[in-house]
Design a protein around this ligand. Structure first.
Ligand code: URC
Length: 312
């Protein structure tokens, strides 16, 4: 056995920087039964802990280390013991547990992806058969430092398209500009969105996470559908500002919108017209794509969602 009592660290001009650890991507499926009708929640939960962890890095002493295997077990045990009311509530339970039960752990960050399932309705039944929706992935990130909470929710992979009510013209033109002005184009994007809640301490009641997610998604889609778009930038702002205006619990929205270009195909070589007005055929390009990103904030609030959403 290694003796950890000896001086662990020779003086060296090297120090440990930010560090965190935990078990990533714990796949949890929870079935609850309401008579013959079953309900499913399907999560991917990643745990990240930090605190007094210098010694394990410097000397290998594991005295402060709650094993990542234990964090995995905790995720499954909590799903059974406490249920999964919402991704956010589940993450809050876990974060609070790790920080309050282990002295060396000062901060917990729980990231959750949730996959949707819909019922397979068949012959008036549909109680226990499901199909993965594949529409969007719900996201939640919960961070707790023993005093304050930061909850960022969101979604990704939500592909939406308006087949009209989109124009793009009047832009800067230089010697490299070839893009024709568009007065009736397809506007399509794959929404990646994060929204941060103002709720930060246990003194105040937490939002109703399920209602908040449902309504925020509804506003996001309604703003996309209802905005007569002169640019994707304008549509993005309409989506973000509608959420901040309509959902009092949300202070900040970050959106990353790839412009999924649809180009009218030139069919002139085949003696065919391809009019936008009716029956138009488009080439759906997958790359390169315009990438339009912005944060929309409640006035007076600090931006805290990372600019690059791939880091969240
Ligand atoms: O909505 C758009 N915004 C742009 O900034 C842009 N640039 C471009 O080439 N097409 C578009 N479309």
């Amino acid at each position: 056995m290694t003796d950890h009592s000896r001086p662990a660290r020779p003086a060296r001009p090297v120090v440990l920087g930010q560090n965190q650890y935990g078990k990533a991507e714990n796949r949890v499926v929870k079935i609850t039964r309401d008579g013959a009708t079953h309900h499913i929640r399907d999560l991917n939960v990643s745990v990240s802990l930090s605190g007094d962890m210098d010694e394990v890095h410097y000397s290998g002493s594991n005295a402060s280390v709650l094993p990542t295997d234990t964090t995995k077990n905790t995720v499954y045990a909590f799903a059974q013991e406490h249920g999964i009311e919402s991704a956010e509530q589940f993450g809050i339970h876990l974060a609070r547990h790790f920080v309050t039960s282990q002295e060396p752990i000062h901060r917990a960050r729980i990231r959750i992806e949730e996959y949707g399932w819909e019922r397979i309705e068949h012959g008036g039944k549909g109680a226990h058969s499901f199909a993965r929706t594949g529409r969007e992935t719900r996201l939640a990130q919960i961070t707790y430092d023993g005093t304050s909470w930061e909850v960022v929710s969101g979604l990704k992979d939500l592909v939406v398209l308006n087949s009209t009510d989109s124009e793009f013209w009047g832009y800067v033109k230089d010697r490299y500009t070839t893009l024709p002005e568009a007065y009736d184009r397809i506007l399509a994007t794959e929404v990646s969105a994060r929204w941060r809640f103002g709720w930060a301490d246990d003194e105040r009641p937490a939002p109703d996470w399920e209602t908040s997610y449902r309504e925020t998604g509804r506003h996001l889609l309604a703003a996309f559908a209802e905005t007569y778009s002169l640019s994707l930038q304008q549509t993005l702002y309409a989506m973000g500002s509608r959420i901040v205006e309509q959902r009092a619990e949300i202070d900040e929205v970050r959106l990353s919108l790839p412009n999924k270009h649809h180009f009218l195909v030139d069919l002139e070589p085949f003696g065919l017209k391809n009019p936008t007005e009716d029956g138009a055929v488009y080439y759906a390009a997958d790359r390169p794509y315009g990438l339009i990103e912005a944060t929309v904030l409640r006035e007076g609030c600090e931006p805290r969602i990372p600019v690059d959403l791939s880091n969240l």
